[in-house]
Design a protein around this ligand. Sequence first.
Ligand SMILES: Cc1ncc(COP(=O)(O)O)c(C=O)c1O
Length: 472
Amino acid sequence: MATKFDAIMARRGEIMRRALGMDYGEFELSPIAFDYEAMMADHGYSLDDIVAIQTKAGVGHTPLLELKNFTDLVRSTCEPGRGARIFVKDEAANLAGAFKDRRASVSIHVAKEKGYEGVIAATSGNYGAAVASQAARACLKCIIVQECYDSHKVGQPEIVEKARVCEAYGAEVVQLTVGPELFFHMVELLDQTGYFAASLYSSFGVSGIETLGLEVSQEMRALTGADPTACVITHAGGGNTTGTARGLKRAGATGTKIVAASVDLSGLHMASDNDFNRKSFTTGHTGFGVPFATWPDRADVPRNAARPLRYMDRYLTVTQGEVFYVTEALVKLEGLERGPAGNTAMTAAVSLARELPREATIVVQETEYTGAGKHHWAQLNFARQMGVEVRAGDPRDNQPGTVIVIPERLEQIQASDFDIAHMRRSYVRNAVKAAPAGYVPTTDDIAFLAADTNSTPAAVEAMLAELAAKEA
Ligand SMILES: Cc1ncc(COP(=O)(O)O)c(C=O)c1O
C-alpha cells in the first residue's frame, strides 16, 4: 500500500493536470502569489454564458421568498425600530436540491465539451448528488468518492442517504471510513479511468455559484427597489461565500454586506474517527469553515478558486441547538421544511436582523432540501444513539459532541462574531509557511496577500513583522 500510495502521489500533478484540462502553473507568479482573476477567467465563459449553460441544465432561477411570519416573530424580540426584513432564496428547488447544482453544472458542461467519458468527485455531501444528477442529464459516467463511516462502520445518516441518492442517479459510489485516504483514492481513480475531475474547488464550480449572487441582486431590485443590506451565506469550504459574493459584485451590488455563517463545532476534530459521528452537521460548520478560509489551498486542486477571506465582511457562528430551533420555526411559520445547511445562515440572520433597522433587508441565499437522513429529527435521534445529550435550555450550554441544547424561545438565539482579523493573520502565516524556507515576500506578494485577505498592504506588512518577531 505504501509503495502504491507513493507512486500515485508522486504523479498527482500530472494526473490532476490531465483530469482538469488546465495547467495551474500558468497562473503562478511567485512562491506566494498567483493571478487569481486570470485563473477564474481561464474557462472563457461570461456570466451570461454560465446563465445559459445552467438554464439548459435545469439549474438556477430559484424562487426568492419573503419570510413575513418569521420576520414578525424576530421583530417581536427586537428593540423598537429594529428587525430587518428576511428573505430566502429557495435553492432546494434545484434538481438535486441545493445550490451545489450550480457548481456541478459548469464542470459537467466542460467535461462534456472536452470529450471526457465520465467525471469523478470526492465529496460526502450535496455536491455528490449534484454532480451525479448533472452527469445523468449529460449522459456521462460518474464516480463519487465519499468519507462515510467511522471505523466501526457506523455511517452518518446524512451521508448514507446521499450515497443512495447518487446511486439512484446512476453514479458509482466509493465509500470510505474517515481518514486521509480520500484524496489518494480520488487521484488513483482519475488515473485509472481518465475521467474529468469535477472538483468542488475549481474555477468552473465556483464560477457556477456567481449566478446565485446575480439572481439575488436582480430579484431584490425587482422586489424592493434595492440590493439587500446583507447577504448571509452558510460557509464551509468557502465556495458558497466566494461565488455568491463575486456574483453580487458583478451585478453591481457592491454595498451589500457579505456575512458568512457556520455552526460552531469547536473542539471536534474533522479527521478524528471518534468525533466523526458526534456532530449533527456534516457541512456549514467551523471544522471546515475556519481551516479553509485560513488556508484555501489545502484543496484537491493546486489553487483553490474558493477564497472566502477576499469577500467576507463578517463571520457569525451559531450553535447546533439554535439551528434545530430555527429549522422547526421555519416549518411551522413558513411551511418551509428544509435542511440544516441553509438554516445555519437563517439562524445567523435572526441575530443580524435584530441589529439592523426595520427598513434593512437580509437575504439568506440558500435553502437545501431535507430527507430521511438529513432531517433534523433523524439527526437528533442519531446524536442520542451516539451518546450526545439532547435537551431544551440555554443554547450557550451547547458543547459540540457532548450536549445539544435547543433554545426554548427565539430571544435566546444569539450568533457570535468570529474574529476575522485573527483569520487573516492565520492565512498570512500559512502562506509564508507554504513558501520555501527563507523566502522573503516581495511587494507584489504583499499586494496579493492584501487582496486575498481583504485587507491592506500596510496591514499585511504588520502581520509579517509580527510573524518575524515571533520567530526571532
Ligand atoms: C447546502 C449547502 N450549503 C452550504 C454549503 C457550504 O458551502 P461551501 O463548502 O462552498 O462553503 C454546502 C457544502 O457542503 C452545502 O451542501
